[in-house]
Structure formats: C-alpha cells, structure tokens
Design a protein around this ligand. Structure first.
Ligand code: JHZ
Length: 395
C-alpha cells in the first residue's frame, strides 16, 4: 500500500514571502511545484517539496505578527490566561517574531527564539532576552545550560514551519520541566478543509495539523494534549495545551469534542482530501470568473494585505498585475515591492482607500472583520470586496 497520496496540485509557485524589488525582474525567480499530500498511516498533511529553513527564514523575513490588532489582542488575552491559570516562572517562545506575545510579560521571565534576525532585532532593542537561532535540540541544550528548565513553552504558527518534527519535540522535552506546559497554535486542518482555504498551503507551511495527526506525533515523545481551544485567528486555528504524559493533569472535554468532530468529517480518510481537491478546482474557476467579469466591466481592482497565503491564490489562479492594479499593506518590509510571481506592486496603506477603486481582493481575508470595520468609508461609497472563502464571492 502506498503510504502517501498526493491530493492537491497548486501548480508552479514562487516562495510565498519572497517579495520582489524592481531590479529582481530580470533575474529568474525561484519556483517549485506545490503539491500537498496525506499520509494514510500518520494522518499528517504536508507539502511535498520543501526548502531549507535558511532559504525561508533569514535576516530578510518580511512578516511582522504585530501588524494586526486581532493578533495583538489574541496574544494579550492568552498572556492574561497564562498568568492567571499557570503562573509560570519562566516562559520560552519558539518563533517570537517581533515580540507581540512576549511583550505581555515581564522581561526577566521570558526567552524568545527567532531565527529571522531582522525581526528578532526589534525585541532585542526592547531589551527582551531573544536568541537569533533555529529551534533544535542543540539550541535546547544550550538554553538548558544557561537558563535551566522552563515551565511554559509557547509557539504560534511556527512548529508547522519546521520539517523535522521529531527534533522539535525532542528539543521541547529537553527544556520543559516535568510539570511544565507546552502551548502551540496553528491553523486547523479541519477549518482549512471546511472553508476551502487552500491558500494555507505554501512553502512555509510544511504541515497543516489536525488534532488526529498531532496527537500521534506527540505520543512518540511522551507528550499529551489536555485541552484544545478553537480560535478564529488565521482563518480558524487550534490552540493545543500539552503536558508530559506522566503528569496527572486532567484531560478537558474539549479534546474528545475535537476528536469526534474530526472523525465525523473523515479527517483520517483519503477520500476527504480528494473531495477537497475537487472543491479547490471549482473555487479557482469561480474566482477567475469573478475577476474576468469585473475587468470586462472596466472596474478597478486592488488587493488588501499582501499575505503569504495570497501568493498561493494569485499564482494558482493566474491573477497578476494586469488584473489587480496594486496591493496595500501596512508592513514596511513589503511596501514598494512586488508580489512573488505575479508582480503586483505593493503600496503603503495610507489610511483610506483611493476614490477610483471599485473592488478590493482581500488577501488578508483572515482579518476580514478588522479590515471591513476599518474601511467603512469605502463600503459606504459602494466599494465591494472579493473573497475566496468559503467560496469565491463579492461582499
Ligand atoms: P497574515 C504569515 O502569513 C507567514 P500571512 C507565516 N508563515 C504564518 O504562518 C502566518 O503569517 C501566521 C497586512 N494587513 O497575518 C499585514 C494590512 O495591511 O494573514 C500583513 O502583511 N492591514 C509566518 O502573510 C498581512 O496583511 C490590516 O489592517 O498569510 C496579513 O498577513 C491588516 C489586519 C493586515 O499572514
């Protein structure tokens, strides 16, 4: 029996966060075939072709997690919950980015690990204890020597970006105290399938976790999920609360609830993924037709939020600078650059949408609520948004 099946082919893609400068246009862009597979034994969903961490996460990394109020609020709320319920003496964050989570804690109590040193610099400047290295067992041993054990490890949207998951959890076990807690959050595979958000697949997202697959990996490392919170952030995420398996902490009902939901949906069955793949093809057709129709009627379309996710959509659906005039984005590191593959210019967000814009393609659809609330003026003037989830439509 073949262990892995390829269920989705998202075509030729550039690296999702490799925004281009004008003088990059005459260089050949790095491209790869984005295929997604399902492992029938481990139930893990992963992309087929992977790149080294050094290529993806380095001192030119553009993403800043503090760029949305939604995420800042989510981190703040979690920090309050951690302080109240677990009272940790030492917290380690893997993938601390620009410190949007760590900022909620006392500097003396935290250690951040962030290999993208351009971003790590931001928290370092604020005098947070951050280490500009990749998370692995070697680093964990050094941290243990220098700081001793920690009683809370947190990681948001990072573990799924590291290929060697066995090493990730081995390293966590090195630094985590016996009564310690590991909290990880990532987009939920179940939500991705339900909402047809195929753009959760790109080179950085080596895996999209289901509870079912994560539980299997953790078991190998004597770790156990004791609670799951479902979050709306990043298009539907799961926050897993994990303990060492010999710790007697009570298993919350939310664990069983998630297991039942995933089983009911058929998360462990190959046929579920083949059905998803068919829906993705239909989604591409529908989205392309919406754009074609708008262009036929001479409408001006711009993009909002040049996300890593939208790199997948734009390149898969072949939506380029002939269709979208420009993107607006609040991230300085993306401004005055061009979207990977499709070469759409990214402008600085000036606080409002220019008058001649008819439609906005919501690249940052995961912040729909926050963005629509901000763009009341545009909506009032009759402006509309194009969104691809759960199915392509104009809102
Ligand atoms: P956002 C990144 O993905 C990469 P992306 C990474 N691989 C990952 O897993 C997730 O983050 C967590 C802009 N914006 O968060 C800011 C506005 O311009 O969906 C960002 O560039 N105005 C680590 O890139 C982008 O949109 C706004 O009002 O898919 C959002 O990117 C808001 C709210 C955002 O992540």
């Amino acid at each position: 029996m073949k262990k892995k099946i390829d269920f989705l082919d998202l075509g030729s893609q550039p690296l999702a966060n490799s925004y281009l400068k004008k003088n990059d246009f005459n260089k050949k862009e790095k491209k790869y075939r984005l295929k997604v597979c399902f492992n029938k034994v481990t139930k893990l969903v992963s992309i087929k072709k992977t790149f080294s961490s050094k290529i993806m996460f380095n001192n030119k990394y553009p993403y800043r997690s503090s760029m949305s109020n939604t995420m800042n609020f989510s981190f703040k709320k979690l920090a309050q919950n951690i302080k109240f319920n677990y009272k940790p003496k030492k917290i380690l964050e893997i993938g601390s980015n620009d410190g949007s989570f760590l900022k909620n804690f006392d500097k003396k109590k935290t250690i951040g690990v962030e290999p993208c040193t351009n971003v790590e610099k931001i928290t370092k400047k604020l005098k947070f204890n951050t280490i500009g290295k990749y998370w692995d067992t070697r680093l964990a041993k050094n941290i243990l020597k220098k700081f001793n054990k920690v009683d809370l490890v947190y990681s948001a949207n990072t573990i799924t970006h590291i290929k060697n998951l066995d090493d990730v959890f081995k390293a966590i076990n090195i630094v985590l105290s016996d009564n310690g807690i590991l909290i990880i959050e990532d987009p939920s595979l179940l939500e991705c399938l339900k909402r047809n958000t195929y753009d959760q697949f790109y080179n950085e997202h080596i895996y999209v976790f289901s509870y079912t697959a994560l539980k299997n990996i953790l078991k190998k490392h004597k770790l156990e999920i004791f609670k799951i919170e479902t979050l709306e952030v990043h298009g539907g995420s799961n926050r897993y609360f994990i303990k060492k398996d010999n710790n007697k902490r009570k298993i919350d009902l939310s664990v069983k609830k998630n297991e039942v939901l995933e089983n009911k949906y058929g998360i462990d069955k190959a046929s579920t993924y083949l059905k998803f793949s068919k829906r993705v093809k239909k989604s591409k057709e529908k989205l392309s037709n919406i754009f074609k129709k708008c262009k036929k009627n001479n409408k001006k379309i711009i993009g909002y939020g040049a996300t890593a996710k939208s790199t997948t959509i734009l390149n898969y659906c072949k939506i380029d600078n002939k269709i979208i005039d420009y993107f607006v984005d609040t991230t300085e590191a993306k401004q005055s650059k061009y979207t990977p593959g499709t070469k759409i210019f990214i402008k600085k967000y000036i606080g409002y949408i220019e008058n001649d814009v008819d439609y906005i393609f919501l690249g940052a659809w995961n912040f729909q609520k926050e963005i629509l609330a901000k763009e009341k003026q545009f909506i009032k003037k009759g402006g509309k948004f194009i969104i691809h989830t759960p199915y392509p439509k104009i809102i």
